[in-house]
Design a protein around this ligand. Structure first.
Ligand code: SAM
Ligand code: SF4
Length: 320
Protein backbone atom coordinates (compact mmCIF):
# COMPACT_ATOMS: atom_id res chain seq x y z
CA UNK A 1 0.00 0.00 0.00
CA UNK A 2 1.13 3.56 -0.71
CA UNK A 3 1.07 6.37 1.79
CA UNK A 4 -0.22 9.85 0.99
CA UNK A 5 3.19 10.86 -0.38
CA UNK A 6 3.30 7.98 -2.86
CA UNK A 7 5.77 5.89 -0.84
CA UNK A 8 5.21 2.16 -0.99
CA UNK A 9 5.15 0.73 2.54
CA UNK A 10 6.59 -2.76 2.36
CA UNK A 11 8.69 -3.14 5.50
CA UNK A 12 7.81 -3.49 9.19
CA UNK A 13 10.21 -3.42 12.10
CA UNK A 14 8.77 -5.53 14.88
CA UNK A 15 10.04 -4.97 18.39
CA UNK A 16 9.66 -8.19 20.37
CA UNK A 17 10.80 -6.88 23.75
CA UNK A 18 11.98 -3.77 25.56
CA UNK A 19 14.43 -5.90 27.59
CA UNK A 20 18.11 -6.15 26.80
CA UNK A 21 21.22 -7.88 28.09
CA UNK A 22 23.27 -4.71 27.44
CA UNK A 23 22.81 -1.10 28.53
CA UNK A 24 24.11 1.02 25.66
CA UNK A 25 24.27 4.46 27.13
CA UNK A 26 22.52 6.17 24.20
CA UNK A 27 19.68 3.64 24.11
CA UNK A 28 18.95 2.21 27.52
CA UNK A 29 19.76 4.27 30.61
CA UNK A 30 20.12 2.38 33.91
CA UNK A 31 16.91 3.84 35.35
CA UNK A 32 14.76 2.79 32.40
CA UNK A 33 11.38 1.41 33.41
CA UNK A 34 10.46 -2.03 32.14
CA UNK A 35 7.16 -2.42 30.39
CA UNK A 36 4.81 -4.87 32.14
CA UNK A 37 5.46 -8.36 30.78
CA UNK A 38 1.78 -9.03 30.18
CA UNK A 39 1.63 -6.00 27.88
CA UNK A 40 4.14 -7.51 25.44
CA UNK A 41 2.47 -9.06 22.43
CA UNK A 42 2.62 -12.85 22.34
CA UNK A 43 4.08 -14.62 19.33
CA UNK A 44 0.57 -15.46 18.14
CA UNK A 45 -0.43 -11.80 18.36
CA UNK A 46 2.70 -10.68 16.52
CA UNK A 47 2.05 -13.19 13.75
CA UNK A 48 -1.56 -12.04 13.52
CA UNK A 49 -0.43 -8.42 13.01
CA UNK A 50 2.08 -9.58 10.40
CA UNK A 51 -0.64 -11.47 8.52
CA UNK A 52 -2.89 -8.42 8.42
CA UNK A 53 0.01 -6.13 7.47
CA UNK A 54 0.99 -8.53 4.68
CA UNK A 55 -2.52 -8.10 3.25
CA UNK A 56 -1.64 -4.42 2.81
CA UNK A 57 1.74 -4.89 1.22
CA UNK A 58 4.24 -5.59 4.01
CA UNK A 59 6.75 -8.01 2.47
CA UNK A 60 9.72 -7.88 4.84
CA UNK A 61 9.93 -7.80 8.62
CA UNK A 62 12.85 -7.17 10.90
CA UNK A 63 12.83 -8.34 14.51
CA UNK A 64 14.34 -5.86 16.90
CA UNK A 65 13.95 -4.62 20.45
CA UNK A 66 15.43 -4.25 23.08
CA UNK A 67 17.41 -7.34 22.30
CA UNK A 68 15.36 -9.85 20.30
CA UNK A 69 17.52 -12.79 21.39
CA UNK A 70 16.51 -12.38 25.04
CA UNK A 71 12.92 -13.19 24.08
CA UNK A 72 12.43 -16.88 24.87
CA UNK A 73 12.46 -19.23 21.86
CA UNK A 74 12.58 -16.34 19.42
CA UNK A 75 13.31 -18.76 16.57
CA UNK A 76 9.74 -20.02 16.88
CA UNK A 77 8.57 -16.53 15.93
CA UNK A 78 11.01 -16.45 13.01
CA UNK A 79 9.59 -19.73 11.70
CA UNK A 80 5.98 -18.57 12.18
CA UNK A 81 6.62 -15.28 10.38
CA UNK A 82 8.36 -17.09 7.53
CA UNK A 83 5.16 -19.06 7.04
CA UNK A 84 2.98 -15.95 6.69
CA UNK A 85 1.53 -15.56 3.23
CA UNK A 86 3.11 -12.53 1.58
CA UNK A 87 6.07 -12.17 3.94
CA UNK A 88 9.14 -12.79 1.83
CA UNK A 89 11.91 -11.93 4.24
CA UNK A 90 12.48 -12.18 7.99
CA UNK A 91 15.62 -10.60 9.38
CA UNK A 92 16.87 -9.51 12.78
CA UNK A 93 18.99 -6.84 14.38
CA UNK A 94 20.89 -7.99 17.46
CA UNK A 95 23.79 -7.03 19.66
CA UNK A 96 25.19 -10.47 18.79
CA UNK A 97 25.96 -11.53 22.36
CA UNK A 98 23.66 -14.57 22.20
CA UNK A 99 23.85 -15.13 18.47
CA UNK A 100 26.39 -17.95 18.41
CA UNK A 101 24.29 -19.88 20.93
CA UNK A 102 21.09 -19.59 18.88
CA UNK A 103 22.49 -19.43 15.33
CA UNK A 104 21.53 -22.99 14.39
CA UNK A 105 17.95 -22.63 15.62
CA UNK A 106 17.56 -19.24 13.90
CA UNK A 107 18.95 -20.48 10.61
CA UNK A 108 16.83 -23.64 10.75
CA UNK A 109 13.82 -21.40 11.33
CA UNK A 110 14.65 -19.56 8.11
CA UNK A 111 16.23 -16.28 9.24
CA UNK A 112 17.26 -14.52 6.02
CA UNK A 113 19.85 -12.03 7.25
CA UNK A 114 21.22 -10.46 10.40
CA UNK A 115 22.43 -7.04 11.48
CA UNK A 116 24.90 -7.12 14.33
CA UNK A 117 25.45 -3.94 16.29
CA UNK A 118 29.08 -3.50 17.25
CA UNK A 119 30.31 0.00 18.01
CA UNK A 120 33.85 -0.88 18.97
CA UNK A 121 36.58 -3.46 18.50
CA UNK A 122 37.98 -2.74 21.96
CA UNK A 123 36.58 -4.66 24.94
CA UNK A 124 37.31 -1.76 27.34
CA UNK A 125 35.28 0.62 25.20
CA UNK A 126 32.53 -1.96 24.81
CA UNK A 127 32.28 -1.95 28.60
CA UNK A 128 32.15 1.83 28.62
CA UNK A 129 29.42 1.98 25.96
CA UNK A 130 27.28 -1.01 26.94
CA UNK A 131 28.05 -1.47 30.64
CA UNK A 132 28.97 -5.08 29.88
CA UNK A 133 32.16 -7.06 29.40
CA UNK A 134 30.55 -9.17 26.68
CA UNK A 135 32.64 -7.88 23.74
CA UNK A 136 34.04 -11.33 23.01
CA UNK A 137 30.58 -12.89 22.99
CA UNK A 138 29.38 -10.22 20.55
CA UNK A 139 32.46 -10.83 18.37
CA UNK A 140 31.80 -14.58 18.46
CA UNK A 141 28.23 -13.87 17.44
CA UNK A 142 29.49 -12.00 14.41
CA UNK A 143 31.84 -14.84 13.50
CA UNK A 144 29.03 -17.39 13.89
CA UNK A 145 26.81 -15.36 11.56
CA UNK A 146 29.60 -15.21 8.97
CA UNK A 147 30.15 -18.96 9.21
CA UNK A 148 26.46 -19.48 8.50
CA UNK A 149 26.80 -17.69 5.18
CA UNK A 150 23.80 -15.45 5.63
CA UNK A 151 24.03 -11.78 4.68
CA UNK A 152 25.57 -9.87 7.59
CA UNK A 153 25.60 -6.15 8.24
CA UNK A 154 27.42 -4.50 11.11
CA UNK A 155 25.83 -1.43 12.70
CA UNK A 156 28.13 1.12 14.32
CA UNK A 157 27.11 4.29 16.11
CA UNK A 158 30.07 6.63 16.54
CA UNK A 159 30.29 8.89 19.58
CA UNK A 160 32.76 11.76 19.62
CA UNK A 161 34.04 11.16 23.15
CA UNK A 162 34.43 7.39 22.88
CA UNK A 163 34.77 5.56 19.59
CA UNK A 164 34.83 8.19 16.83
CA UNK A 165 38.50 7.40 16.24
CA UNK A 166 37.60 3.78 15.41
CA UNK A 167 35.98 4.67 12.07
CA UNK A 168 38.97 3.26 10.20
CA UNK A 169 39.29 -0.02 12.14
CA UNK A 170 35.56 -0.64 11.89
CA UNK A 171 35.50 0.15 8.17
CA UNK A 172 38.51 -2.16 7.68
CA UNK A 173 36.30 -5.11 8.69
CA UNK A 174 34.73 -4.84 5.24
CA UNK A 175 38.08 -5.11 3.49
CA UNK A 176 38.36 -8.88 3.91
CA UNK A 177 34.93 -9.88 5.20
CA UNK A 178 31.74 -10.08 3.11
CA UNK A 179 29.93 -7.61 5.35
CA UNK A 180 28.42 -4.17 5.07
CA UNK A 181 29.79 -1.97 7.86
CA UNK A 182 27.20 0.74 8.41
CA UNK A 183 27.74 3.96 10.30
CA UNK A 184 24.49 5.15 11.85
CA UNK A 185 24.23 8.77 12.87
CA UNK A 186 23.16 9.14 16.48
CA UNK A 187 19.51 10.15 16.57
CA UNK A 188 18.17 12.49 19.27
CA UNK A 189 15.77 9.91 20.66
CA UNK A 190 15.73 9.28 24.42
CA UNK A 191 19.23 9.22 25.87
CA UNK A 192 20.59 9.58 22.32
CA UNK A 193 19.67 13.27 22.53
CA UNK A 194 22.59 13.77 24.92
CA UNK A 195 25.13 12.94 22.20
CA UNK A 196 26.26 14.67 19.04
CA UNK A 197 25.96 12.78 15.77
CA UNK A 198 29.16 12.18 13.80
CA UNK A 199 28.18 13.31 10.31
CA UNK A 200 28.32 11.31 7.11
CA UNK A 201 30.18 14.21 5.43
CA UNK A 202 32.99 14.04 8.00
CA UNK A 203 33.19 10.27 7.72
CA UNK A 204 33.27 10.28 3.91
CA UNK A 205 36.12 12.76 4.01
CA UNK A 206 38.18 10.57 6.37
CA UNK A 207 37.35 7.38 4.49
CA UNK A 208 38.24 8.72 1.07
CA UNK A 209 41.51 10.15 2.35
CA UNK A 210 42.56 6.69 3.53
CA UNK A 211 40.79 4.31 1.15
CA UNK A 212 40.61 6.44 -2.02
CA UNK A 213 37.55 6.64 -4.22
CA UNK A 214 34.31 5.52 -2.58
CA UNK A 215 32.40 3.94 -5.44
CA UNK A 216 28.63 3.84 -4.80
CA UNK A 217 27.26 0.29 -4.78
CA UNK A 218 23.88 -1.32 -4.26
CA UNK A 219 23.50 -3.67 -1.29
CA UNK A 220 20.30 -5.64 -0.75
CA UNK A 221 18.23 -4.41 2.16
CA UNK A 222 15.12 -2.55 3.21
CA UNK A 223 16.53 0.49 4.93
CA UNK A 224 17.71 3.96 4.00
CA UNK A 225 21.45 3.20 3.93
CA UNK A 226 23.69 4.39 1.08
CA UNK A 227 26.66 2.12 0.35
CA UNK A 228 30.13 2.55 -1.11
CA UNK A 229 32.95 0.16 -1.87
CA UNK A 230 36.56 1.28 -1.77
CA UNK A 231 38.95 -0.45 -4.18
CA UNK A 232 40.05 -3.88 -2.96
CA UNK A 233 37.23 -4.29 -0.45
CA UNK A 234 35.24 -7.53 -0.34
CA UNK A 235 32.42 -5.92 1.61
CA UNK A 236 31.02 -2.41 1.64
CA UNK A 237 30.62 0.62 3.87
CA UNK A 238 27.18 2.07 4.52
CA UNK A 239 25.87 5.36 5.85
CA UNK A 240 22.59 5.71 7.66
CA UNK A 241 22.36 9.44 7.93
CA UNK A 242 19.26 10.10 9.89
CA UNK A 243 20.26 13.67 10.63
CA UNK A 244 22.21 14.85 7.65
CA UNK A 245 20.87 12.72 4.81
CA UNK A 246 17.75 12.58 2.62
CA UNK A 247 16.34 9.93 4.89
CA UNK A 248 12.58 10.12 4.42
CA UNK A 249 11.98 10.42 0.68
CA UNK A 250 12.08 6.67 0.23
CA UNK A 251 10.82 5.66 3.68
CA UNK A 252 9.06 2.30 3.32
CA UNK A 253 8.54 1.34 6.94
CA UNK A 254 6.19 0.96 9.84
CA UNK A 255 7.28 0.17 13.37
CA UNK A 256 5.43 -2.10 15.75
CA UNK A 257 6.40 -1.65 19.39
CA UNK A 258 6.63 -4.63 21.70
CA UNK A 259 3.36 -3.64 23.38
CA UNK A 260 1.51 -3.52 20.10
CA UNK A 261 1.51 0.08 18.95
CA UNK A 262 2.17 1.09 15.37
CA UNK A 263 4.44 4.06 14.93
CA UNK A 264 4.18 5.81 11.58
CA UNK A 265 7.47 7.68 12.24
CA UNK A 266 10.26 7.32 14.78
CA UNK A 267 10.50 10.92 15.90
CA UNK A 268 6.89 11.70 16.77
CA UNK A 269 4.89 10.46 19.73
CA UNK A 270 1.95 9.35 17.53
CA UNK A 271 1.22 5.67 18.02
CA UNK A 272 -1.76 3.63 17.00
CA UNK A 273 -2.64 0.98 19.57
CA UNK A 274 -3.48 -2.49 18.30
CA UNK A 275 -3.30 -4.59 21.44
CA UNK A 276 -6.81 -3.88 22.80
CA UNK A 277 -8.50 -4.74 19.50
CA UNK A 278 -6.20 -7.75 19.03
CA UNK A 279 -7.04 -9.16 22.45
CA UNK A 280 -10.73 -8.49 21.89
CA UNK A 281 -10.48 -10.53 18.69
CA UNK A 282 -11.56 -7.53 16.58
CA UNK A 283 -9.28 -8.17 13.63
CA UNK A 284 -11.21 -5.84 11.33
CA UNK A 285 -10.33 -3.02 13.67
CA UNK A 286 -6.67 -4.09 13.81
CA UNK A 287 -6.56 -4.15 10.02
CA UNK A 288 -8.18 -0.72 9.83
CA UNK A 289 -5.57 0.66 12.18
CA UNK A 290 -2.73 -0.74 10.09
CA UNK A 291 -4.16 1.10 7.09
CA UNK A 292 -4.56 4.21 9.24
CA UNK A 293 -0.89 4.03 10.32
CA UNK A 294 0.24 3.87 6.69
CA UNK A 295 -2.05 6.77 5.76
CA UNK A 296 -0.81 8.78 8.73
CA UNK A 297 2.88 8.57 7.89
CA UNK A 298 4.27 12.10 7.97
CA UNK A 299 6.34 13.45 5.09
CA UNK A 300 9.52 13.45 7.10
CA UNK A 301 11.18 13.33 10.49
CA UNK A 302 12.14 16.38 12.50
CA UNK A 303 15.54 15.43 13.90
CA UNK A 304 17.13 18.65 12.66
CA UNK A 305 14.86 20.56 15.05
CA UNK A 306 15.21 18.79 18.38
CA UNK A 307 12.38 20.77 19.96
CA UNK A 308 10.00 19.24 17.42
CA UNK A 309 10.86 15.65 18.44
CA UNK A 310 7.79 14.60 20.43
CA UNK A 311 8.79 10.95 21.02
CA UNK A 312 9.88 10.88 24.66
CA UNK A 313 10.66 7.22 25.12
CA UNK A 314 13.99 5.44 24.87
CA UNK A 315 14.99 3.65 21.68
CA UNK A 316 14.84 0.24 23.40
CA UNK A 317 11.23 0.94 24.41
CA UNK A 318 10.23 1.93 20.91
CA UNK A 319 12.22 -0.65 19.02
CA UNK A 320 15.29 0.62 17.22
N1 SAM B 1 19.56 -4.80 20.55
C1 SAM B 1 19.58 -4.84 19.15
C2 SAM B 1 20.81 -4.17 18.59
O1 SAM B 1 21.53 -3.51 19.35
O2 SAM B 1 21.01 -4.27 17.37
C3 SAM B 1 18.34 -4.27 18.49
C4 SAM B 1 17.78 -2.99 19.03
S1 SAM B 1 18.82 -1.58 18.88
C5 SAM B 1 17.76 -0.32 19.53
C6 SAM B 1 18.86 -1.33 17.13
C7 SAM B 1 19.89 -0.34 16.63
O3 SAM B 1 19.54 0.96 17.07
C8 SAM B 1 21.31 -0.60 17.12
O4 SAM B 1 22.17 -0.68 16.01
C9 SAM B 1 21.63 0.62 17.95
O5 SAM B 1 22.98 0.98 17.89
C10 SAM B 1 20.74 1.65 17.31
N2 SAM B 1 20.44 2.79 18.17
C11 SAM B 1 19.98 2.80 19.43
N3 SAM B 1 19.79 4.07 19.86
C12 SAM B 1 20.14 4.88 18.83
C13 SAM B 1 20.18 6.30 18.64
N4 SAM B 1 19.80 7.15 19.59
N5 SAM B 1 20.60 6.77 17.45
C14 SAM B 1 20.97 5.92 16.45
N6 SAM B 1 20.95 4.60 16.57
C15 SAM B 1 20.55 4.07 17.75
FE1 SF4 C 1 20.37 -3.15 23.93
FE2 SF4 C 1 20.57 -2.78 21.32
FE3 SF4 C 1 19.84 -0.76 22.92
FE4 SF4 C 1 22.30 -1.65 23.04
S1 SF4 C 1 21.35 -0.68 21.26
S2 SF4 C 1 20.96 -1.25 24.80
S3 SF4 C 1 22.08 -3.77 22.63
S4 SF4 C 1 18.70 -2.57 22.57
Amino acid sequence: MQDQYGRKITYMRISVTDRCNLRCRYCMPEDIERLPREDLLTFDELVCVAELAAKHGIRAVKLTGGEPLVRRNIWELVAALKAVDGIEQVTMTTNGVLFSEYADALLDAGLDAVNISLDTLRPDRFLQITGSDAWEAAWNGLQAALRKNIPVKINCVLQSQINQDEWKDLAELARNLPVAVRFIEMMPIGAGADYEAVSEAWLREQLSEVFGELTPVKVAGNGPAAYVKPAGFVGSIGFISALHGPFCTHCNRLRLTSIGELKPCLCYRERIPLRGALRAGDLAQVEGRIVQAIRQKPKGHCFSDRAAVTEQRQMAQIGG
